[in-house]
Each structure stands twice: as C-alpha cells, then as structure tokens.
Design a protein around this ligand. Sequence first.
Ligand code: UDP
Length: 239
Amino acid sequence: DTPRPIYRRVLLKLSGEALMGDGSYGIDPRLMEEFAEEIVQVHRLGVEMALVIGGGNIFRGVSAASQGMDRATADYVGMLATVMNALALQQALEKRGVATRVQSAIDMKEVAEPFIRRRAIRHLEKGRIVIFAAGTGLPFFTTDTAAALRAVEIGASVLLKATKVDGVYDADPVKVPDARKYDRVTFDEVLHKDLKVMDATAISMARDNKLPVIVFNLRKSGNILKVVAGEPVGTLVQG
Ligand code: UDP
C-alpha cells in the first residue's frame, strides 16, 4: 500500500558528496538516477518538494582555501559547483516526466531562473519541483545554511537532510565503534555538544524559526519515502 505523507511541503537537502557514491569526484550517473527515482516517487504522493543540492563532490571552498586559494573566491567556485549538480539533477527528474525549475542564488539566466521567493512558492503550488542552486549566493556559508534559509522562506514543514550516515550520533560512528545514535535531539544539545549535524549557522537558523530537521541516510533506498511517511528513520532535531 502507498505510504501516506505527513508533510505538505518539504525541503530536501542532498549533499554533493552523496552524488559521487563510491567514487572520489563528480557525479555517479547510476546514483543520480536512483535519487531522481526516489524523489519522483515522493513527489507522486502529492508532497510539494523543494531541493537544495551541495557541491562537495566537485569543489569545496574550505578545502581549496586550506591549499592556499583565497577563501571567498573558492566559495564562489563551490557555489558554481552546486549549479552543475542542480542542472544534472533537474535533467534526471524531468526525464521522469516531472516539471522542475532551477532557481539560482547567483544570476545565470541562460541556465536557471533567479531566486525569487514568491515565484518559487508558486512553482511548488503548481506541482513543480524547485531546485535551489548556488547556495545562499554568499561566500563563507554552506549549502546546509542555504537549505535552512530556503526552507524557512518557502514555509516548508520540515528540512530533510539526506546524508551518508544513519542520523546524529554522540561521537563519530566511523571512529568510535560504540557511538550512540539519537532518535531525537534538541537544537541546543546539538550546539552545546557540537554534534555533527549541520554547521552552527544552519542549526541556529532552524532553531530560531522552529524548523524541524530530520537527518537520515540517503544510501538506504526507500528512506526518503519512509521519512515523508513519518516512519522513525534517522534523527529528528527540534527545539
Ligand atoms: N558555498 C558557499 N555559500 C553557500 C553555499 C555553498 O560559499 O551559501 C560554497 C562553499 O565553498 C562550499 C561549496 O559551495 O564548500 C559546496 O557546498 P557544500 O560544501 O555545502 O556542499 P555539500 O557538503 O553539501 O556537498
């Protein structure tokens, strides 16, 4: 039987890194198809979907800066990387018959609409999937912060953060074998214990605007559907 969505409008954040799969760079075309398929399935349930995609599979500002590149410039390159991912994802979604729009925080009129909040909302109401590209358009920020910001702007009921781990842990599960996963955790706990969820800017944006965040594993297929159906997958972060 078809899962029943508990949300009307969601913002799904996909890390760029997720797109490279087991590779070390770029987009794994097979994975892209899988993600697109799952996103379309959720969309078919009648959930309004906005997406923010990262760029870490192509370029990451902080890493480039640590190797001597000017940080702001590196960050702009990183933002452009997210536009590439957005266009690739758009194509994979449209192949499946869904209408989509890419809105970029950096003007690039030949390939994407500019970000216009009211227009984005209109697209969602008309059943189009909106992909927000170029992060916030500002250096020194992250796509997680862009995701929190856009989610609040469009009035999403929840921010779904799809990552490569099962949720939020009290220690790094890769390094600490008996690290414990939280089912629920508060924003304050995340900030005080410096838990690895999103950067502090993104967390405080979510906290101040009472935007719940669900962190879950994107690599387990069917997870986006489960989360949207309210099944206890991943970690729920709220106030
Ligand atoms: N970036 C930025 N401002 C933003 C969003 C992103 O400067 O609002 C840059 C930053 O350099 C970042 C890169 O774009 O490293 C790619 O985004 P991110 O690392 O957040 O992607 P993800 O980790 O999700 O793949």
